[in-house]
Design a protein around this ligand. Structure first.
Ligand code: ADP
Ligand code: MG
Ligand code: MG
Length: 895
């Protein structure tokens, strides 16, 4: 039947609701119908539409799965399947189960988002004694026919019938040993025929029913098993964690078989259109001759690198290269593909956008903006880079000067270095992680069952598998450093060996996923230079967010300020002055100030503090020349600067105290608080310790003036912490203005703004009143979270958070991810009221949430002008801020 006839017959008016042939004439490009056809089905249809060589087939949509979940096997589905099979049979000129020229199919699951726990693919469906005999005589190759048949029964038993594969594997390995072959494809016809008998026996023995020989029954069972697997525990758990809707359902695809196990001029492979590790524009992958399906990714067989495809299959290799280009230009991204070659002829079996490392993601995105055939926009490029990608390139490696001996090595599968204790199962890894240990997961190879273990691990080592094996792919996706195929490693229960060296459970291991090295013990790590593409991409992120959402840093020293500026910070959102009080040369002066019992001593200690503070500020203003620096006046309770009360009491009772220590004890007693988080701190301290804030302001202003005198361009913001009312801020503002009036004679045009933190619920509620005295607000989201929840952070994070998260009482630790339901309401309300009273009000946030991508999105939504976070998190914040801006414009890359 010609292409043309095929088109006509498929669009000839059957009214189906559940099933779509690959060449169905959809209203939009099928690649956009992932929610209906699943990722696999959608892209098979898309490749068909592009005219690529795809074995014909059809997809049973997620609609059928949803119907199945709600009321069981949908009525009418059997009839639709029969009709779709009939169309496929007609197109292929072969019939399912036919005793002369049988059609064989694969049955493949595929949901909108790929996930572990879904049913694996069944190949060669439609075989029974009659059709196997027909396949043998038609192909003139009994080995091929019975190899396919044996594989089918074993696969069907494991995947559809859910039987333990062990007895089947045992039979297979016995046969391979008997015939002294290394690959399943090299078994003789006779032995394969015998395996078929043994497998069928096993099925009957284990299920109590004979192996189903009717192809329609086989097909029905396989489809039903796919739909059922959607509701399986593993799939559910994955969706819970990823926030994927349980109601989406999966599609099932039925596709005519092509045979990579046909003979030596056949094979199967997987490839990426570019290098998924580095992003280099060179295709990358593995293939295997005379093999079928998962052989190549299972990590259990000997594969060849894609480069060798030209020698093995020159025509197919040339065609494949053209396909790569076509797919990349069409999907406008690096693709991951699965192909099979049958007797020299290329067939495409799958494509999707490929998983990649952070370095590769950056390189590919930047290269594709430059590529005129792909012409990715800068916005698209930015939207494709995830915070995880960035984290990976900011990842560490072994310190260059570290000395170590490599225990063994494998393939460099996922970059970054990791140090942890060895555990040999996912469960042990999860348990160790729960105890607070750093974990290195060591496995022979990984399967989707190991994902939970992988996620909690610092790094992964496997003894088998290649760069596209499960462990490698998942580790790269999650940014977990990994070494795979470390073949000297022999695993044995809860220990492993390399030669005579034994690694016991809990032993320290270090690994470097960028070189493949595995080392016993703990190697010191160093962070490595990020690739140049990161700078380019973050520059584009800055363009996207310019004028919408700025990123500043929390920095207390000139060194931190410089580091923050290097990472792209556009100012300081929080400079804490208390750290300046804790230095060994300052603490004694601070204590003198606290202990002073007469005004002269008090003023003298303030003067001395002023000197040192001024120096500190000078350095910071220099590092942030031209940018805003928000300095917070002293915030913590005074007891933090005094020796520990209990220690003093113990010493008093044992060794006795000196006169000075007696005074310290008295002060520690005086300043001791039952609940220091809610005590005399922040502006309250300014009230009870007169002159303290004025001294700090003078130090700031004098430093700024000095900076100006040196030709610098300081922009000063003075921030009052823990304000709860308008009169309080008015008072504090008065001190600041007075101090400024006293010292700003020379440079009257100094840019100084005065503002407050909003970190108590009351301040948020009366923000309109407070705003009349403020030039800016900065939300202190740590305290605001603490006070809104009534959670004392130090107490609650240790004891309460884990059980609360486990019981689902909280979705996240609200100190990590800003509470979008509660705390964000207060922020939104305070911004509204504050801006209502003072339209010029600038708004920032300086809690730890300023570096968390999800929180940044929430905060942008609330209307903040900038976020501020630790210097280390600035690059991520720049990216996340751009994503927040793009999301409002409707640009996202959630595929
Ligand atoms: P997964 O979701 O694990 O990638 P697939 O459905 O892609 O599973 O199937 C795995 C492998 O089985 C494919 O890569 C391909 O090699 C093989 N396969 C699937 N369908 C066919 C088919 N119609 N003909 C030949 N091989 C197939
Ligand atoms: Mg696949
Ligand atoms: Mg605070």
């Amino acid at each position: 039947m010609s292409q043309r006839d095929v088109r006509t017959s498929s669009s000839s008016g059957h009214t189906e609701t559940f099933i779509f042939d690959f060449d169905h004439a959809h209203d939009i490009e099928p690649m956009h119908l992932r929610s209906l056809l699943g990722g696999k089905g959608a892209n098979l249809a898309e490749m068909t539409r592009l005219g690529l060589p795809v074995p014909p087939g059809f997809t049973i949509s997620t609609t059928a799965c949803r119907a199945f979940m709600h009321q069981g096997w949908p009525s009418g589905l059997d009839a639709e399947i029969a009709a779709a099979v009939a169309r496929l049979e007609e197109r292929m000129g072969r019939r399912l189960g036919d005793a002369r020229d049988p059609l064989l199919v694969s049955v493949r699951s595929g949901a909108q988002f790929s996930m572990p726990g879904m049913m694996d693919t069944v190949l060669n469906l439609g075989l029974n004694d009659d059709s196997a005999a027909a396949l043998a005589s038609l192909s003139g190759d009994e080995r091929f026919a019975y190899d396919s048949y044996a594989r089918f029964i074993a696969m069907f038993a494991r995947i559809v019938l859910g039987l333990d594969p062990t007895p089947f594997d045992e039979r297979l390995h016995a046969a391979m040993t008997e015939e002294n072959v290394l690959a399943e494809g090299n078994l003789s016809a006779d032995v394969n025929r015998r395996l078929v008998g043994e497998y069928r026996h096993l099925v009957e023995e284990l299920t109590g029913h004979p192996f189903p020989t009717d192809p329609a029954t086989q097909l029905h069972l396989a489809i039903e098993a796919i739909f059922s697997s959607w509701g399986g525990a593993r799939a559910r758990a994955f969706r819970e964690r990823e926030g994927i809707d349980h109601d989406l359902g999966t599609a099932a695809t039925v596709q005519s078989m092509v045979f990579g196990n046909r003979d030596q001029s056949s094979g199967t492979g997987v490839a990426f259109t570019r290098n998924p590790s580095t992003g280099e524009p060179t295709p990358y992958g593995d293939f295997m001759r005379n093999a079928q399906g998962e052989d190549v990714v299972a990590g259990t067989s000997i594969t060849q690198p894609l480069d060798e495809l030209d020698d093995a299959f020159p025509e197919a290799a040339a065609q494949l290269r053209l396909v790569f280009t076509q797919l990349e230009q069409h999907f406008r991204d690096m693709c991951d593909i699965e192909f099979t070659i049958e007797q020299g002829r290329l067939w495409m079996l799958q494509t999707r956008r490929g998983m990649r490392t952070g370095a590769a993601a950056l390189r590919i995105a930047v290269d594709m903006v430059a590529d005129e055939h792909i012409a990715l926009t800068r916005e698209e490029a930015v939207s494709r880079i995830t915070p995880d990608h960035l984290a990976q390139v900011l990842h560490s490696s072994f310190a260059p000067d570290a000395r170590y001996e490599v225990l063994t090595s494998g393939l460099a599968a996922s970059p970054g270095a990791a140090v942890g204790r060895a555990y040999f199962s996912a469960e042990a890894a999860v348990a160790a992680h729960a105890r607070g240990e750093a974990v290195i997961l060591v496995r022979t190879e990984t399967s989707p069952d190991d994902v939970a273990g992988l996620l909690v691990s610092e790094g992964v080592v496997t003894s088998r598998g290649g760069l596209v094996s499960h462990a490698a792919v998942v580790a790269r996706g999650w940014g977990v450093p990994a070494v795979v195929g470390a073949s000297e490693l022999v695993l044995d229960g809860d220990r492993a060996r390399v030669g005579t060296e034994v690694i016991a459970e809990g032993d320290w291991l270090s690994l470097e996923g960028s070189t493949g090295a595995v080392v016993r013990g703990r190697v010191p790590l160093a962070s490595h230079a990020a690739p140049p593409e990161m700078t380019t991409l973050l520059g584009w992120a800055d363009e996207v967010r310019a004028g919408h959402l700025a990123v500043r840093a929390n920095a207390d020293t000139a060194a931190d300020a410089r580091a923050a500026r290097e990472r792209g910070a556009e100012g300081i959102g929080l400079c804490r002055t208390e750290h300046m009080f804790l230095g060994p040369d300052r603490l004694p002066v601070v204590r003198e100030m606290i202990l002073a019992d007469n005004d002269a001593d008090y003023q003298r200690s303030l003067e001395r503090l002023l000197e040192v503070q001024r120096e500190d500020f000078l350095g910071i203003f220099e590092a942030m020349d031209g940018l805003h620096v928000t300095v917070r006046l002293l915030d913590p309770p005074l007891h933090e600067f005094l020796p520990d009360l209990e220690e003093l009491l113990v010493k008093e009772a044992t060794l006795g105290l000196s006169a000075d220590e007696q005074r310290l004890l008295a002060a520690a007693r005086y300043w001791h608080e039952e609940n220091p988080m809610l005590g005399v701190r922040g502006v309250r301290l300014g009230v009870v310790k007169p002159g303290l804030y004025a001294m700090q302001v003078r130090a700031i202003i004098e430093a700024a003036q000095h900076r100006r005198a040196l030709g610098g361009d300081p922009h000063v913001e003075i921030m009052i912490p823990l304000t709860i009312s308008a009169p309080e801020l008015a008072l504090a503002r008065g001190w600041v203005e007075e101090a400024m009036a006293g010292s700003r004679s020379e440079h009257a045009n100094l840019d100084v703004r005065i503002g407050t933190m909003i970190e108590t619920p009351r301040a948020a509620l009366v923000a309109d009143q407070i705003a009349r005295h403020a030039d800016f607000f900065s939300f202190g989201t740590n305290d605001l979270t603490q006070m809104t929840f009534g959670f004392s952070r130090d107490d609650v994070e240790g004891k309460l958070m884990a059980p609360y998260l486990a019981a689902g009482l909280l979705a996240h630790n609200p100190f990590d991810v800003l509470d979008a339901e509660g705390v964000a309401q207060l922020i939104r309300l305070a911004i509204e009221r504050g801006r209502g009273a003072n339209p010029e009000l600038a708004i920032g946030i300086c809690g730890e949430h300023g570096g968390d991508p999800a929180s940044i999105a929430t905060l942008y939504d609330c209307g903040v002008d900038y976020v501020s976070c630790s210097p280390f998190r600035v690059p991520t914040a720049r990216l996340a801020a751009a994503h927040a801006v793009l999301a409002r414009r409707g640009v996202s890359d959630r595929l």
